[in-house]
Design a protein around this ligand. Sequence first.
Ligand code: ADP
Length: 408
Amino acid sequence: MSVIEVKNLYKIFGQKPEKAFPLLEKGLSKKEILKKTGNTVAIDNASFSIERKEIFVIMGLSGSGKSTVIRCLNRLIDPTRGTVSIDGNDIVKMNKEELREVRRTKMSMVFQHFGLLPHRTVQHNVEYGLEISGIEKSLRAQKAVEAIKLVGLEGYEESMINELSGGMQQRVGLARALANDPEILLMDEAFSALDPLIRTQMQDELLELQAKMHKTIVFITHDLDEALKLGDRIAIMGNGGKIIQIGTPEEILTEPKDDYVKAFLLNVDRTKVITASAIMRKPYTITIPKDGPGVAVRTMDKHGQSTLFAVDSDRILKGIVHVKDMVKLQQNKEKSVEAELVEDIYLTTPDTSIADLLPTALVANYPLAVIDENKKLLGVVDQASIIAEVGGESAESITPVSLNEYSA
Ligand code: ADP
Protein backbone atom coordinates (compact mmCIF):
# COMPACT_ATOMS: atom_id res chain seq x y z
CA MET A 1 0.00 0.00 0.00
CA SER A 2 1.34 3.42 -0.80
CA VAL A 3 2.18 5.77 2.04
CA ILE A 4 2.89 8.80 -0.09
CA GLU A 5 0.88 9.59 -3.16
CA VAL A 6 1.82 12.60 -5.25
CA LYS A 7 -0.48 13.67 -8.04
CA ASN A 8 0.11 16.30 -10.71
CA LEU A 9 2.50 18.24 -8.56
CA TYR A 10 3.80 21.60 -9.79
CA LYS A 11 6.07 24.11 -8.17
CA ILE A 12 6.69 27.36 -9.97
CA PHE A 13 8.95 29.84 -8.22
CA GLY A 14 8.38 33.51 -8.95
CA GLN A 15 5.98 36.40 -8.54
CA LYS A 16 3.12 35.20 -10.69
CA PRO A 17 3.42 31.44 -10.90
CA GLU A 18 0.03 30.99 -12.59
CA LYS A 19 1.43 32.76 -15.65
CA ALA A 20 3.64 29.78 -16.31
CA PHE A 21 0.83 27.26 -16.79
CA PRO A 22 -0.49 28.30 -20.19
CA LEU A 23 3.08 28.34 -21.46
CA LEU A 24 3.78 24.91 -20.02
CA GLU A 25 0.68 23.66 -21.79
CA LYS A 26 2.02 25.08 -25.03
CA GLY A 27 5.16 23.06 -24.47
CA LEU A 28 7.57 25.91 -23.80
CA SER A 29 10.78 24.95 -22.04
CA LYS A 30 11.77 25.94 -18.52
CA LYS A 31 14.32 28.34 -20.01
CA GLU A 32 11.77 30.03 -22.28
CA ILE A 33 9.25 30.34 -19.46
CA LEU A 34 11.84 31.95 -17.24
CA LYS A 35 12.70 34.40 -19.99
CA LYS A 36 9.08 35.27 -20.76
CA THR A 37 7.62 35.36 -17.25
CA GLY A 38 10.49 35.46 -14.77
CA ASN A 39 9.15 32.30 -13.19
CA THR A 40 11.17 29.15 -12.59
CA VAL A 41 9.51 25.81 -13.24
CA ALA A 42 10.97 23.63 -10.50
CA ILE A 43 8.47 20.75 -10.70
CA ASP A 44 6.43 20.09 -13.81
CA ASN A 45 3.50 17.73 -13.30
CA ALA A 46 5.10 15.07 -11.13
CA SER A 47 3.02 12.06 -10.15
CA PHE A 48 4.27 9.06 -8.23
CA SER A 49 3.42 6.91 -5.27
CA ILE A 50 5.75 5.49 -2.66
CA GLU A 51 5.11 2.12 -1.09
CA ARG A 52 5.41 1.44 2.58
CA LYS A 53 8.89 0.29 3.60
CA GLU A 54 10.54 1.02 0.28
CA ILE A 55 13.56 3.17 -0.40
CA PHE A 56 12.41 5.53 -3.13
CA VAL A 57 15.27 7.45 -4.68
CA ILE A 58 14.75 10.68 -6.58
CA MET A 59 17.69 11.26 -8.85
CA GLY A 60 18.63 14.00 -11.27
CA LEU A 61 21.21 16.64 -12.02
CA SER A 62 21.60 19.68 -9.86
CA GLY A 63 18.69 22.05 -10.46
CA SER A 64 16.35 19.35 -11.74
CA GLY A 65 13.91 19.90 -8.87
CA LYS A 66 14.75 17.06 -6.48
CA SER A 67 15.01 19.18 -3.34
CA THR A 68 11.85 20.99 -4.23
CA VAL A 69 9.99 17.70 -4.57
CA ILE A 70 11.17 16.34 -1.22
CA ARG A 71 10.32 19.65 0.46
CA CYS A 72 6.82 19.49 -0.97
CA LEU A 73 6.40 16.12 0.76
CA ASN A 74 6.58 17.71 4.20
CA ARG A 75 5.48 21.11 2.93
CA LEU A 76 8.66 22.94 3.75
CA ILE A 77 7.71 24.27 0.32
CA ASP A 78 4.11 24.87 -0.67
CA PRO A 79 3.30 23.30 -4.03
CA THR A 80 1.79 25.60 -6.66
CA ARG A 81 -0.62 22.89 -7.78
CA GLY A 82 -1.24 19.24 -7.07
CA THR A 83 -1.81 16.95 -4.14
CA VAL A 84 0.54 15.19 -1.74
CA SER A 85 -1.25 12.54 0.26
CA ILE A 86 0.39 11.04 3.31
CA ASP A 87 -1.53 7.97 4.39
CA GLY A 88 -4.49 9.25 2.45
CA ASN A 89 -4.49 12.80 3.85
CA ASP A 90 -3.61 15.65 1.53
CA ILE A 91 -0.84 17.57 3.22
CA VAL A 92 -1.40 20.55 0.91
CA LYS A 93 -4.80 21.14 2.50
CA MET A 94 -3.71 20.75 6.11
CA ASN A 95 -3.78 23.63 8.56
CA LYS A 96 -0.74 24.49 10.65
CA GLU A 97 -1.74 22.31 13.55
CA GLU A 98 -2.38 19.23 11.42
CA LEU A 99 0.82 19.81 9.54
CA ARG A 100 2.83 20.05 12.73
CA GLU A 101 1.32 16.81 13.94
CA VAL A 102 2.29 15.00 10.72
CA ARG A 103 5.82 16.35 10.88
CA ARG A 104 6.10 15.44 14.54
CA THR A 105 4.86 11.88 14.27
CA LYS A 106 5.13 10.71 10.69
CA MET A 107 8.26 12.06 9.09
CA SER A 108 11.72 13.38 9.71
CA MET A 109 14.28 14.88 7.41
CA VAL A 110 18.03 14.46 7.13
CA PHE A 111 19.85 17.29 5.36
CA GLN A 112 23.00 17.37 3.28
CA HIS A 113 24.81 19.73 5.59
CA PHE A 114 23.57 17.96 8.68
CA GLY A 115 21.73 20.99 10.11
CA LEU A 116 23.11 20.43 13.60
CA LEU A 117 23.90 22.82 16.43
CA PRO A 118 27.73 22.82 16.25
CA HIS A 119 28.48 23.90 19.80
CA ARG A 120 26.14 21.46 21.45
CA THR A 121 26.62 17.82 22.36
CA VAL A 122 25.47 14.84 20.34
CA GLN A 123 22.88 14.08 23.00
CA HIS A 124 21.57 17.64 22.95
CA ASN A 125 21.28 17.66 19.17
CA VAL A 126 19.40 14.39 19.04
CA GLU A 127 17.07 15.48 21.83
CA TYR A 128 16.47 18.83 20.21
CA GLY A 129 13.82 17.66 17.75
CA LEU A 130 12.04 15.77 20.50
CA GLU A 131 12.09 18.85 22.68
CA ILE A 132 10.41 20.87 19.94
CA SER A 133 7.81 18.13 19.66
CA GLY A 134 7.04 18.67 23.34
CA ILE A 135 8.24 15.28 24.55
CA GLU A 136 8.88 15.12 28.24
CA LYS A 137 12.47 15.33 29.43
CA SER A 138 13.31 11.85 30.70
CA LEU A 139 11.57 10.16 27.78
CA ARG A 140 13.42 12.32 25.32
CA ALA A 141 16.76 11.49 26.93
CA GLN A 142 15.93 7.82 26.67
CA LYS A 143 14.79 8.05 23.05
CA ALA A 144 17.92 10.00 22.14
CA VAL A 145 20.18 7.39 23.72
CA GLU A 146 18.43 4.66 21.74
CA ALA A 147 18.74 6.55 18.46
CA ILE A 148 22.41 7.32 19.12
CA LYS A 149 23.04 3.64 19.68
CA LEU A 150 21.19 2.76 16.50
CA VAL A 151 23.59 4.80 14.37
CA GLY A 152 26.66 3.43 16.15
CA LEU A 153 27.58 6.51 18.18
CA GLU A 154 27.24 4.98 21.60
CA GLY A 155 29.82 6.57 23.89
CA TYR A 156 29.83 9.87 21.98
CA GLU A 157 26.74 11.30 23.68
CA GLU A 158 28.69 14.09 25.36
CA SER A 159 30.97 14.95 22.43
CA MET A 160 30.54 18.33 20.80
CA ILE A 161 29.32 18.27 17.22
CA ASN A 162 32.20 20.39 15.95
CA GLU A 163 34.67 17.83 17.32
CA LEU A 164 33.24 15.10 15.10
CA SER A 165 34.13 14.07 11.55
CA GLY A 166 31.64 14.64 8.73
CA GLY A 167 30.56 11.02 8.73
CA MET A 168 29.92 11.09 12.46
CA GLN A 169 28.04 14.35 12.19
CA GLN A 170 25.75 12.84 9.61
CA ARG A 171 25.16 9.90 11.92
CA VAL A 172 23.98 12.43 14.47
CA GLY A 173 21.71 13.91 11.81
CA LEU A 174 20.33 10.47 11.16
CA ALA A 175 19.93 9.73 14.88
CA ARG A 176 18.03 12.98 15.32
CA ALA A 177 15.71 12.04 12.47
CA LEU A 178 15.18 8.56 13.88
CA ALA A 179 14.68 9.63 17.49
CA ASN A 180 10.91 10.05 17.25
CA ASP A 181 10.64 6.80 15.30
CA PRO A 182 9.02 8.34 12.23
CA GLU A 183 7.39 6.20 9.61
CA ILE A 184 8.91 8.22 6.80
CA LEU A 185 12.49 9.36 6.50
CA LEU A 186 13.24 12.13 4.02
CA MET A 187 16.93 12.26 3.12
CA ASP A 188 18.07 15.16 0.96
CA GLU A 189 21.53 14.44 -0.50
CA ALA A 190 22.28 13.18 2.99
CA PHE A 191 25.59 11.57 2.04
CA SER A 192 26.69 13.91 -0.74
CA ALA A 193 28.95 16.04 1.44
CA LEU A 194 30.92 13.05 2.70
CA ASP A 195 34.23 11.64 1.44
CA PRO A 196 33.72 8.73 -0.97
CA LEU A 197 34.84 6.03 1.46
CA ILE A 198 32.75 7.33 4.33
CA ARG A 199 29.89 7.79 1.94
CA THR A 200 29.99 4.16 0.83
CA GLN A 201 30.13 3.10 4.45
CA MET A 202 27.10 5.24 5.32
CA GLN A 203 25.18 3.76 2.39
CA ASP A 204 25.92 0.26 3.66
CA GLU A 205 24.89 1.20 7.16
CA LEU A 206 21.67 2.78 5.95
CA LEU A 207 20.81 -0.47 4.17
CA GLU A 208 21.60 -2.43 7.31
CA LEU A 209 19.50 -0.08 9.41
CA GLN A 210 16.68 -0.31 6.92
CA ALA A 211 16.76 -4.10 7.12
CA LYS A 212 15.99 -3.69 10.83
CA MET A 213 13.77 -0.61 10.83
CA HIS A 214 11.68 -0.97 7.68
CA LYS A 215 10.98 2.74 7.28
CA THR A 216 9.66 4.34 4.16
CA ILE A 217 12.65 6.29 2.91
CA VAL A 218 12.71 9.01 0.27
CA PHE A 219 16.33 9.55 -0.70
CA ILE A 220 17.53 12.33 -2.96
CA THR A 221 20.79 12.06 -4.83
CA HIS A 222 22.48 13.27 -8.00
CA ASP A 223 24.64 10.17 -8.02
CA LEU A 224 23.41 7.25 -10.07
CA ASP A 225 25.61 4.68 -8.34
CA GLU A 226 24.16 5.74 -5.02
CA ALA A 227 20.65 5.62 -6.48
CA LEU A 228 21.16 2.13 -7.87
CA LYS A 229 22.65 0.87 -4.66
CA LEU A 230 20.03 2.23 -2.29
CA GLY A 231 16.85 2.44 -4.30
CA ASP A 232 14.13 -0.15 -4.39
CA ARG A 233 12.80 2.17 -7.06
CA ILE A 234 14.28 5.25 -8.64
CA ALA A 235 12.56 8.28 -10.12
CA ILE A 236 14.74 10.17 -12.58
CA MET A 237 14.10 13.89 -12.95
CA GLY A 238 15.02 15.79 -16.10
CA ASN A 239 16.21 19.34 -16.39
CA GLY A 240 12.71 20.70 -16.91
CA GLY A 241 11.41 19.51 -13.54
CA LYS A 242 9.62 16.51 -15.01
CA ILE A 243 9.93 12.95 -13.85
CA ILE A 244 11.20 11.04 -16.84
CA GLN A 245 11.22 7.48 -15.62
CA ILE A 246 10.36 5.54 -12.51
CA GLY A 247 11.57 1.99 -12.12
CA THR A 248 13.63 -0.52 -10.23
CA PRO A 249 17.41 -0.23 -10.69
CA GLU A 250 17.22 -3.19 -13.01
CA GLU A 251 14.48 -1.62 -15.12
CA ILE A 252 16.31 1.68 -15.36
CA LEU A 253 19.46 -0.12 -16.46
CA THR A 254 17.92 -2.53 -18.88
CA GLU A 255 15.12 -0.36 -20.28
CA PRO A 256 16.22 3.28 -20.06
CA LYS A 257 13.34 5.34 -21.33
CA ASP A 258 15.22 7.94 -23.33
CA ASP A 259 18.60 9.43 -24.17
CA TYR A 260 18.74 11.45 -20.97
CA VAL A 261 18.51 8.31 -18.85
CA LYS A 262 20.93 6.52 -21.19
CA ALA A 263 23.40 9.35 -20.80
CA PHE A 264 23.31 8.84 -17.05
CA LEU A 265 23.90 5.15 -17.48
CA LEU A 266 27.01 5.61 -19.59
CA ASN A 267 28.95 6.25 -16.43
CA VAL A 268 27.68 3.25 -14.57
CA ASP A 269 29.35 -0.05 -14.14
CA ARG A 270 26.44 -2.29 -15.12
CA THR A 271 28.17 -5.34 -13.77
CA LYS A 272 27.83 -4.00 -10.25
CA VAL A 273 24.08 -3.68 -10.61
CA ILE A 274 22.92 -6.49 -12.83
CA THR A 275 22.44 -9.56 -10.73
CA ALA A 276 22.45 -13.30 -11.17
CA SER A 277 18.65 -13.30 -11.19
CA ALA A 278 18.64 -11.20 -14.35
CA ILE A 279 20.81 -13.52 -16.39
CA MET A 280 20.05 -16.94 -14.97
CA ARG A 281 18.30 -19.53 -17.06
CA LYS A 282 16.23 -22.57 -16.31
CA PRO A 283 18.47 -25.38 -15.16
CA TYR A 284 18.56 -28.89 -16.58
CA THR A 285 18.22 -31.26 -13.67
CA ILE A 286 17.75 -34.80 -12.56
CA THR A 287 15.69 -35.63 -9.51
CA ILE A 288 17.34 -37.95 -7.06
CA PRO A 289 17.05 -40.64 -5.87
CA LYS A 290 14.43 -41.32 -8.54
CA ASP A 291 16.68 -40.68 -11.56
CA GLY A 292 19.81 -42.68 -12.15
CA PRO A 293 22.78 -42.53 -14.55
CA GLY A 294 20.62 -43.56 -17.51
CA VAL A 295 18.24 -40.62 -17.17
CA ALA A 296 21.20 -38.33 -16.51
CA VAL A 297 23.00 -39.30 -19.73
CA ARG A 298 19.84 -39.06 -21.74
CA THR A 299 18.99 -35.60 -20.37
CA MET A 300 22.49 -34.32 -21.00
CA ASP A 301 22.44 -35.69 -24.50
CA LYS A 302 19.08 -34.11 -25.25
CA HIS A 303 20.18 -30.65 -24.09
CA GLY A 304 23.78 -30.76 -25.16
CA GLN A 305 25.13 -30.46 -21.62
CA SER A 306 28.14 -32.09 -20.04
CA THR A 307 26.88 -31.52 -16.50
CA LEU A 308 23.52 -31.60 -14.73
CA PHE A 309 22.36 -30.44 -11.35
CA ALA A 310 20.78 -33.01 -9.10
CA VAL A 311 17.85 -31.91 -6.95
CA ASP A 312 15.48 -33.74 -4.65
CA SER A 313 11.72 -33.77 -5.07
CA ASP A 314 11.52 -30.37 -3.33
CA ARG A 315 14.01 -28.89 -5.82
CA ILE A 316 16.63 -28.66 -3.10
CA LEU A 317 20.06 -28.77 -4.71
CA LYS A 318 22.02 -31.90 -3.90
CA GLY A 319 24.99 -31.64 -6.22
CA ILE A 320 26.21 -31.88 -9.76
CA VAL A 321 26.94 -34.85 -12.03
CA HIS A 322 29.38 -35.00 -14.95
CA VAL A 323 28.73 -36.88 -18.16
CA LYS A 324 31.90 -39.03 -18.10
CA ASP A 325 31.09 -40.27 -14.58
CA MET A 326 27.52 -41.03 -15.55
CA VAL A 327 28.59 -43.03 -18.58
CA LYS A 328 30.93 -45.02 -16.34
CA LEU A 329 28.13 -45.75 -13.84
CA GLN A 330 25.85 -46.72 -16.68
CA GLN A 331 28.41 -49.18 -18.01
CA ASN A 332 28.70 -50.66 -14.52
CA LYS A 333 24.91 -51.05 -14.46
CA GLU A 334 24.59 -48.78 -11.45
CA LYS A 335 21.08 -47.55 -10.70
CA SER A 336 22.04 -44.56 -8.58
CA VAL A 337 24.16 -41.51 -9.34
CA GLU A 338 25.19 -41.23 -5.72
CA ALA A 339 28.70 -42.68 -6.10
CA GLU A 340 29.63 -39.88 -8.51
CA LEU A 341 27.51 -37.03 -7.15
CA VAL A 342 29.75 -34.00 -6.60
CA GLU A 343 28.48 -32.04 -3.64
CA ASP A 344 31.25 -29.52 -3.38
CA ILE A 345 30.16 -27.01 -6.04
CA TYR A 346 30.12 -23.30 -6.70
CA LEU A 347 26.91 -21.64 -5.61
CA THR A 348 25.52 -18.17 -5.77
CA THR A 349 22.44 -16.22 -4.73
CA PRO A 350 20.01 -14.33 -6.99
CA ASP A 351 21.10 -10.91 -5.77
CA THR A 352 24.82 -11.41 -6.35
CA SER A 353 26.14 -8.91 -8.87
CA ILE A 354 27.83 -10.01 -12.05
CA ALA A 355 31.01 -8.30 -10.92
CA ASP A 356 31.03 -10.54 -7.88
CA LEU A 357 30.19 -13.64 -9.92
CA LEU A 358 32.91 -13.19 -12.47
CA PRO A 359 35.91 -14.53 -10.51
CA THR A 360 34.03 -17.73 -9.66
CA ALA A 361 32.60 -18.11 -13.13
CA LEU A 362 36.09 -17.98 -14.58
CA VAL A 363 37.34 -20.91 -12.51
CA ALA A 364 34.22 -23.08 -12.49
CA ASN A 365 33.97 -25.46 -15.44
CA TYR A 366 30.20 -25.71 -15.20
CA PRO A 367 27.32 -23.22 -14.81
CA LEU A 368 26.87 -21.61 -11.40
CA ALA A 369 23.88 -22.77 -9.41
CA VAL A 370 21.66 -19.98 -8.12
CA ILE A 371 19.99 -21.01 -4.88
CA ASP A 372 17.70 -19.44 -2.31
CA GLU A 373 18.22 -19.50 1.44
CA ASN A 374 16.82 -23.04 1.64
CA LYS A 375 19.22 -24.28 -1.05
CA LYS A 376 16.38 -24.54 -3.51
CA LEU A 377 17.69 -24.38 -7.06
CA LEU A 378 16.33 -21.25 -8.74
CA GLY A 379 18.33 -21.26 -11.92
CA VAL A 380 21.80 -21.44 -13.36
CA VAL A 381 24.12 -18.85 -14.74
CA ASP A 382 26.31 -19.80 -17.68
CA GLN A 383 29.83 -18.51 -17.84
CA ALA A 384 29.11 -17.17 -21.31
CA SER A 385 26.22 -14.98 -20.19
CA ILE A 386 28.36 -13.43 -17.48
CA ILE A 387 31.16 -12.69 -19.88
CA ALA A 388 28.66 -11.32 -22.41
CA GLU A 389 27.39 -8.87 -19.78
CA VAL A 390 30.85 -7.83 -18.69
CA GLY A 391 32.17 -7.19 -22.14
CA GLY A 392 28.75 -6.92 -23.71
CA GLU A 393 26.48 -4.07 -24.60
CA SER A 394 29.05 -1.50 -25.42
CA ALA A 395 28.65 2.20 -25.04
CA GLU A 396 28.48 2.50 -28.82
CA SER A 397 24.95 1.20 -28.91
CA ILE A 398 23.90 4.28 -26.97
CA THR A 399 23.88 7.71 -28.55
CA PRO A 400 25.45 10.00 -26.00
CA VAL A 401 23.80 13.35 -25.38
CA SER A 402 25.06 16.03 -23.10
CA LEU A 403 22.96 16.02 -19.95
CA ASN A 404 23.09 19.77 -19.80
CA GLU A 405 21.70 20.18 -23.28
CA TYR A 406 18.81 17.90 -22.66
CA SER A 407 15.54 19.28 -21.38
CA ALA A 408 12.71 16.96 -20.38
P1 ADP B 1 17.88 20.08 -7.16
O1 ADP B 1 17.52 19.72 -5.77
O2 ADP B 1 17.59 19.01 -8.14
O3 ADP B 1 19.27 20.60 -7.29
P2 ADP B 1 16.08 22.32 -6.77
O4 ADP B 1 14.82 21.68 -6.35
O5 ADP B 1 16.93 22.89 -5.71
O6 ADP B 1 16.92 21.28 -7.64
O7 ADP B 1 15.78 23.45 -7.82
C1 ADP B 1 14.92 23.29 -8.93
C2 ADP B 1 14.82 24.59 -9.68
O8 ADP B 1 14.13 25.54 -8.89
C3 ADP B 1 16.17 25.21 -10.02
O9 ADP B 1 16.06 25.83 -11.29
C4 ADP B 1 16.35 26.23 -8.92
O10 ADP B 1 17.14 27.31 -9.40
C5 ADP B 1 14.93 26.68 -8.67
N1 ADP B 1 14.71 27.09 -7.28
C6 ADP B 1 14.87 26.35 -6.17
N2 ADP B 1 14.52 27.02 -5.07
C7 ADP B 1 14.15 28.25 -5.48
C8 ADP B 1 13.67 29.43 -4.82
N3 ADP B 1 13.51 29.47 -3.50
N4 ADP B 1 13.38 30.50 -5.59
C9 ADP B 1 13.52 30.46 -6.92
N5 ADP B 1 13.95 29.41 -7.61
C10 ADP B 1 14.26 28.31 -6.91
